[in-house]
Design a protein around this ligand. Structure first.
Ligand code: NAD
Length: 443
């Protein structure tokens, strides 16, 4: 029985006769669904958000990494469709879960989306399916939560159906890599599940990297993000120390990175943003409590990175005071997105910058070519509905200071340098563009 279920599914995958279902059509799910469709599989996308269905039906992509043309091509070829009706899961041979894994108010893992999705799949589970988790999470989630919920149906993992984990490595805004060209780590809860994972992902992406267990693959993803968080915290700390010594941390990094081995550059900034780096490391912190083991690096990195917005506003206040004899009054925050050239403001430190400036009695407007209006956010309700202001010379010269939080490429920094009275540059963008000047202060 086990062998025949496995053989049938493997054959379906190898011949592209398998139908894939992608649950959660967000930053991760939509690009993945399109990459899988492009590799020849029929794909059904599932989401609970009806507004996404309206956009997809109109062949309009709401994710930068997927162009309208790429989306339309897969829909027109009959390889991609999207629905809110989960009954269609029964027709899928491979089901991939790409739903959010945020933190709760108390910074514990919130697996409610993964659990709800697993229960939806359980309602339609049948022999011969491969269920894959792609959401970032702590080691053990796939086997202890997803698999356990699915086995509640009476079907057995490894015999009737198969379970795998493959971490997502999307890098929004990266022009060099996209879903199909980023090597993909894959794992399964046994040799047959792993073979299915290799066959399926091997068809959709150029390189698969098999590891020995789902927990290992879950740990790979957390390790990658913890590595970033800790290294960004390190350069943020070095920035504050070197600034006090009159040393420019960006100059230090540029010279250090000429070492051809044993060094990898990370850059300081106004704090950590995005859906991954500020959040994922704490999934491991939570899990490690079960083993009574501390995760001091993770906690320390979190502390240093979340102190950055306050440090930057301190630099702004100091510069206003020393250069213009002014208190922190009307400043403008440039760049609301958490990183350059994207529209994503999740966990963006810019939101904290605005709040801190205003807590201290100032007033901060923002400009961001990608974010016309601040959407509702869980933690920054008061900022909802504020709109991006223009960046024309007369508007800029009317402000006491401009704080560059995100260095979007489309901004005319030369014009900004000319019209702004004082600039606080958290990204070293003016120096990089040869626009260093007395009124440009790095922070
Ligand atoms: N955004 C990234 O760059 C990135 C990178 C690597 C890993 N991840 C991880 O991937 C996962 C998904 O992140 P994302 O950025 O794509 O999130 P997202 O918020 O962009 O998308 C999630 C989608 O899931 C849908 N959804 C929520 N509950 C659902 C349910 N019960 N059934 C069906 N759909 C449901 C939402 O409507 C949304 O469309 C998270 O675990 C995240 O940590 C994200």
């Amino acid at each position: 029985m086990a062998t025949s279920t496995f053989d049938t599914l493997l054959h379906k995958i190898e011949t592209r006769a398998a139908r894939a279902g992608v649950i959660g059509l967000g930053y991760v799910g939509l690009p993945l669904a399109i990459a899988v469709a492009r590799s020849g599989f029929a794909v059904t996308g599932f989401d609970i958000d009806p507004s996404k269905m309206v956009a997809l039906e109109a062949r309009r992509s709401y994710i930068d990494a997927v162009s309208d043309a790429a989306l339309a091509a897969e829909i027109d070829a009959g390889r991609f469709e999207a629905t809110t009706d989960f009954a269609g899961l029964a027709t899928c041979d491979v089901i991939i879960i790409c739903v959010p894994t945020p933190l709760t108010k108390h910074r514990d893992p919130d697996l409610s989306f993964v659990e709800a999705t697993s229960r939806s799949i359980a309602q339609h589970l049948r022999p011969g399916q491969l269920v894959v988790l792609e959401s970032t999470t702590y080691p053990g989630t796939t086997d202890d939560i997803v698999k356990v919920i699915l086995e509640g149906t009476g079907l057995r993992a490894g015999a009737d159906f198969f379970v795998g984990f493959s971490p997502e490595r999307e890098d929004p805004g990266n022009q060099h890599y996209h879903t199909a060209t980023i090597p993909k780590v894959v794992a399964g809860d046994g040799p047959e599940a792993l073979s299915l994972m290799k066959a399926f992902y091997g068809a959709a992406v150029s390189t698969v990297v098999p590891v020995s267990s789902n927990a290992t693959a879950e740990a790979v993803k957390l390790t990658e993000n913890i590595f970033r968080s800790v290294n960004i915290a390190l350069v943020n700390e070095l920035k504050t120390v070197y600034a006090a010594m009159g040393i420019d941390v960006w100059e230090v990094i540029d010279a250090a990175k000429t070492k051809p081995f044993g060094y990898m550059p990370f850059y300081p900034g106004p704090g950590l943003g995005g859906h991954c780096i500020p959040i994922d490391p704490f999934y491991l912190t939570w899990k490690s409590r079960e083993y009574e083991l501390p995760t001091r690096f993770i906690e320390l990195a979190g502390e240093i990175n979340s102190a950055m917005p306050r440090y930057v506003v301190g630099k702004l206040a100091e510069a206003l005071d020393m250069r213009a004899g002014k208190a922190l009054s009307r400043s403008r925050v440039l760049g609301l997105a958490y990183k350059k050239n994207v529209a994503d403001i999740r966990e963006s430190p810019s939101l904290r910058l605005i709040e801190i400036i205003e807590e201290r009695g100032g007033r901060a407007d923002y400009h961001d070519p990608f974010v016309a209006e601040i959407p509702p956010t869980r933690e920054h309700q008061a900022l909802k509905g504020r709109r991006s202001v223009a960046l024309t010379p007369d508007v800029v010269s009317d402000y006491d200071a401009v704080l560059v939080a995100t260095d979007h490429d489309s901004v005319d920094y030369a014009a900004l340098a000319k019209s702004a009275t004082l600039i606080i540059d958290t990204r070293n963008v003016f120096n990089r563009l040869g626009l260093s000047a007395d009124h440009v202060i790095k922070a």
